[in-house]
Design a protein. Structure first.
Length: 317
């Protein structure tokens, strides 16, 4: 009962988070992500008109706390990213964007001028970038971070460099911290996790998955779940995963087409919530503790120690 009350209060007092891929697809194929582990399945680019209709409907049906403009993509691939950020700024809603600073199509100056709440640069180091971010090039990253970090800063935006920490890249962390200091970025080191939740819950991994999990991650999904107490609710029930076509997926940690539910613009939010909470996969996920993997980190932009704070919230065994 306590978990249910906490879930209800969180939605009605704090509001919900929308996770929107404004581009279906990515320029990279990271092995820890569904794009690299499962393969690109979704297609499409969201128009700013569709986004505004999604936001109008969402705000008419519930309180929206923030919008994360990515799930399985780099939002900077969208040439009109600044318009999405500006729309959220005009609505008084937080916006989070994240980029690997590889192939990009946006105008970064306009994006920053639109005042995103967080501008995140995701980085796994130089030496093994081609593995951890398949398709990425260190020289491209080094060139783009110079250009982007030279742009004017605004107090509404927190700039972060998120270091994806693996067992095999720790020797580069000090250099990455120095890079963050040089560019006046908040440095956050996070142990990398294996994201495709369906593989953990259903118990199937490819040889590529096993190589990453066994040789590079500090914890397998199974080990991480053992450290967490089971709950009867899921933090992702206070979020909604929407792709570039406006289609709702079960949550942002699953990717396969079997988890596509309905189009957000065609079905009331409360009905969508019922679909999610009563989905067979959710029951399996709760039983295995997969729902708690979303709680590995507290919000990166606002937390001084995202891992420590998350460990308190998820009540380590």
């Amino acid at each position: 009962m306590f978990d249910e009350l906490k879930d209800w209060a969180g939605q009605h007092i704090n509001g919900v988070q929308l996770n929107c891929d404004i581009v279906n697809g990515c320029c990279l194929a990271c092995p820890s992500c569904a794009i690299g582990s499962i393969g690109t399945k979704r297609r499409g680019i969201m128009s700013i008109d569709m986004f505004k209709r999604i936001m109008d409907k969402a705000q008419s049906e519930t309180k929206v706390r923030r919008v994360q403009l990515y799930m399985y993509s780099d939002p900077c691939l969208h040439k009109d990213l600044h318009l999405f950020v500006q729309d959220l700024t005009d609505r008084g809603i937080e916006s989070w964007i994240s980029t690997m600073l590889q192939v990009t199509n946006c105008n970064f100056e306009k994006v920053i001028e639109a005042r995103p709440s967080e501008f995140r640069i995701s980085f796994p180091g130089w030496e093994q970038m081609a593995y951890f971010q398949k398709g990425a090039k260190p020289e491209r990253f080094s060139e783009k971070i110079l250009d982007v970090c030279a742009l004017p800063r605004h107090p509404e935006t927190i700039w972060t460099l998120v270091w994806h920490h693996y067992k095999t890249n720790g020797h580069e962390q000090e250099r990455a911290e120095e890079l963050a200091r040089w560019h006046n970025l908040k440095f956050v080191s996070l142990p990398a996790i294996f994201m495709p939740l369906e593989k953990y819950v259903d118990g199937y991994y490819t040889a590529q998955d096993r190589d990453l999990i066994d040789n590079h991650l500090f914890e397998s999904p199974e080990q991480a779940a053992k450290n967490m107490k089971r709950t009867s609710t899921c933090g992702l029930w206070k979020q909604l995963a929407i792709d570039a076509n406006g289609d709702v997926y079960l949550c942002q940690l699953v990717y396969e087409e079997r988890f596509k539910l309905v189009n957000f613009l065609e079905v009331p939010y409360k009905s969508i919530q019922r679909m999610i909470k009563t989905h067979d996969f959710c029951g399996k996920c709760l039983a295995k503790g997969g729902n708690q993997l979303q709680s590995c980190y507290s919000p990166i932009a606002t937390s001084e120690n995202p891992i420590l704070e998350a460990n308190k919230k998820r009540r380590l065994r």
